[in-house]
Ligand binder design. Structure first.
Ligand code: NCD
Ligand code: ZN
Ligand code: ZN
Length: 405
């Protein structure tokens, strides 16, 4: 039995909690605040095919260090996870890697023209169908109208949530030509500008509305997308929105010092968009925070613009960043629980569990690449001093002390 004594709740009460376990632990938690463990609905743990960037052992460690005990992994692997057979193979690989350190997880099925017939086959196994409406890392792309109609139709019939990477591929290609002579990383925000995202979000909402599908828009990043989603919610369309930490905590001004390290899809936006996201967190247009934990090695990221891949790791830092933001008055602790735990459970229709995380709200630490657990050992947040860090994560009746991971 694990006994947590005198922990503070998010609401400020004091409680004792007992958790079923083979271990015997008494945790005197006077100085700590108890949160339900986080659920990260958007990670790329890179298995199979790119485990030099991350695998499930390093990914699980990074997750637990960040207070996360459940992740939903994206299908843009090599080969992509586009059939039931590939999903079963992927589960086999994951289970092997999770022997030493466990983690709860769900997997997305990747959509491409030939994989749509898999929807009825995987509907019990997959957490959702992931559609890349615009190209990102990996080869998955499904941008033709007929396939999109069919995908939304089949997903609705089979009660499978549709998650979209909403960027318009045609516009991206057009802008690539337009800015072909530019070589600086900031070009990325022009090529994949706000219209690129808004156009795809508009189409996705229309598809969800007509086919009565459940739509989950990952990494929303612009004021324009949020207006469309706000309106769709008002109309009663089943649409949910995710925000990624980099669109809350970074913006275009960071290209100057991060260079190609700052590349991500959708790209970093303006400070005005940061504000729009905080407003949308406040009025609940945004439902969840998903990290889009997308590690690439520093060597890969340091290549010239055009070659360097997009994405970066975040899973072990987003909770501290959110706690620090709460301290600055940007959101409440209750809202953090809703974004990182309650809404993911509700939207993905999952049962609750008794995983918790104990947090020291006064702990101050400067983010340093060398203390990270992600295999790639770097972060765009390095150098930031953040107040509020998880100290213990309790998953499936097992205590993980963050400092000892
Ligand atoms: C992701 C990756 O590297 O897998 N990259 C990114 O820039 N976000 C893919 C994705 O989520 O689009
Ligand atoms: Zn994406
Ligand atoms: Zn992603």
């Amino acid at each position: 039995m694990i006994e947590i004594r005198n922990a503070k709740t998010v609401g400020g009460r004091r409680i004792d909690v007992s958790i079923e376990s083979d271990q015997k632990w008494v945790i005197q938690a006077d100085a700590w605040t108890l949160f339900p463990a986080l659920i990260d609905p958007h990670v790329h743990f890179r298995v199979p095919g790119a485990s030099h960037k991350e695998d499930w052992t390093t990914g699980a460690k990074a997750a637990i260090a960040g207070g996360v005990t459940m992740v939903f992994d994206m299908p843009n692997n090599h080969p992509p996870c586009t059939t039931l057979e590939r999903m079963e193979e992927k589960i086999g690989l994951i289970e092997r890697e999770l022997k030493t350190i466990p983690l709860r997880y769900g997997l997305y099925l990747g959509a491409d023209r030939s994989s749509l017939k898999e929807i009825p086959r995987v509907k019990k196994k997959a957490i959702g169908l992931k559609i890349y409406m615009g190209s990102s890392t990996g080869g998955l792309l499904m941008d033709d109208r007929a396939s999109l109609e069919e995908a939304f139709q089949l997903a609705a019939e089979n009660d499978l949530l549709v998650a979209v990477h909403a960027e318009d591929e045609q516009l991206i290609q057009l802008h690539r030509k337009k800015y072909a002579d530019r070589t600086d990383a900031a070009t990325h925000s022009l090529v994949r500008n706000a219209t690129v995202a808004a156009k795809a979000v508009e189409l996705a909402i229309d598809l969800a509305k007509r086919h009565k599908a459940k739509l989950y828009i990952v990494h929303t990043s612009t004021r324009e997308e949020l207006s469309l989603i706000r309106q769709a919610k008002k109309e009663g369309i089943s649409v949910f929105a995710e925000a990624a930490p980099h669109h809350l905590f970074l913006n275009e001004s960071d290209y100057e010092w991060l260079g190609t390290k700052a590349l991500v899809n959708p790209p970093l936006r303006t400070a005005r968009d940061n504000e729009a996201l905080w407003e949308a967190i406040d009025d609940e247009t945004i439902d969840t925070v998903g990290t889009d934990h997308a590690p690439h090695t520093l060597e890969e990221k340091m290549q010239p613009y055009g070659k360097a891949p997009s994405g970066f790791p975040a899973i072990e830092l987003y909770f501290p960043l959110l706690l620090n933001a709460a301290r600055e008055g940007k959101l409440s602790l209750e809202r953090i629980v809703s974004l990182t735990h309650t809404r993911p459970l509700e939207i993905f229709g999952l049962p609750s569990n008794d995983d918790v995380v104990l947090v020291d709200l006064e702990k101050q630490k400067t983010i340093d690449d060398t203390c990270l657990h992600t295999k790639v050992q770097w972060s765009p947040y390095a150098g930031r001093t953040v107040i509020g860090w998880p100290v213990m994560t309790i998953m499936k009746g097992h205590v993980y002390e963050v400092d000892k991971l």
